[in-house]
Design a protein around this ligand. Structure first.
Ligand code: CP
Length: 304
């Protein structure tokens, strides 16, 4: 059993929880590769997918996971709802729950929105990304994908590149990888690295070549222009020149590393196409594993 009723973040779960999610995801990965991809595990449950912020991968992945577990689904997007008429988050969610919903998957631009609801509602809640805070299922699918190539992650070296300051993926990855015993560094321009990140026990590097020489896995993040109210670097062209990862740079390392990216990719900015589409890229494998990881999370929370 998981140690929690909700998945609001990786910070609040244990290494045993992560290992249980991985074991369960391995079984569901086998299921979704069968000709009949469905199991009846959540046949009597209704899940509401509440997306107050845009999403492609996470939203489709949760919906597929729910359908493959035979749950009933209701989809909600803020732009087409009464939120625009001034309804509060709690009122919106309580009205949806009054229609006998058992579980909520929520993406929201406010950090802490899921934790706020978890204290107020009876349904299980899964954080599908809360602002710049956490994106726990992304970190789980990232670590699961690394583990398929590297085995046990204890002692492995993972560097997260890019806009760490605005990234929920970075924070959840740091918590998850450290709980699994990996060494974590972050690399990017000083303006996009939080000043106190060293307090989390991660190394900080501003030289992309040195960071690539150090790591076994490069997890590359995009610049989150939509969360930037001031300029953190002169231009995307300059960012790409100093912090972008291209094939010539990787070829010059004299070793192979795994390339990851949570998406959406900005081709030619943080990563070139010949890296994103290379044989060492796990990007589409991450997306594939996302369904199995989300099936495991929903199944384990429903069986609390
Ligand atoms: N990785 C990720 O969260 O992508 P979406 O924003 O498309 O869901």
């Amino acid at each position: 059993m998981l140690s929690t009723r909700h998945l609001t973040g990786i910070k609040n779960i244990t290494e045993a929880d992560i290992q249980l999610i991985f074991q369960t995801a391995e079984e569901f990965k086998e299921v979704i590769n069968r000709p009949i991809k469905k199991v009846p595990s959540l046949r009597d449950m209704t899940v509401a997918n509440l997306f107050f912020e845009n999403s492609t991968r996470t939203r489709v992945s949760f919906e597929l996971a729910e359908r493959r577990l035979s749950a009933d689904i209701v989809n909600f997007s803020a732009s087409a709802s009464s939120v625009s008429k001034g309804e509060t988050l709690l009122d919106t969610v309580n009205n949806i729950l009054a229609m006998k919903v058992d579980m909520v998957v929520m993406r929201h631009p406010a950090p802490g929105a899921c934790a706020f609801l978890a204290n107020k509602i009876k349904a299980n809640i899964v954080n599908a990304g809360d602002g710049t805070h956490e994106h726990p299922t992304q970190a789980l699918l990232d670590a699961f994908s690394m583990r398929e190539h590297l085995g046990d992650l204890a002692g492995k070296k993972i560097c997260i590149f890019g806009d760490i300051l605005h990234s929920r993926v970075a924070l959840s990855n740091i918590f998850c990888l450290q709980k699994l015993g990996a060494h974590v560094k972050v690399c990017g321009p000083p303006t996009l690295i939080p000043k106190h990140i060293g307090g989390l026990g991660v190394g900080v590097e501003h030289d992309v070549r040195k960071a690539l020489e150090w790591c076994d896995v490069a997890n590359i993040l995009r610049i989150q222009l939509e969360r930037q109210d001031i300029r953190y670097f002169p231009s995307l062209r300059e960012y790409s020149q100093y912090f972008g990862i291209n094939k010539a740079l990787l070829d010059s390392l004299g070793k192979q590393i795994l390339i990851m990216h949570p998406g959406p990719i900005n081709r030619g900015v943080e990563i070139t196409s010949d890296v994103a589409d290379s044989e060492h890229s796990l990007i589409l494998q991450q997306v594939e594993n996302g369904v199995a990881i989300r099936m495991a999370v929903l199944y384990l929370l429903a069986n609390q």
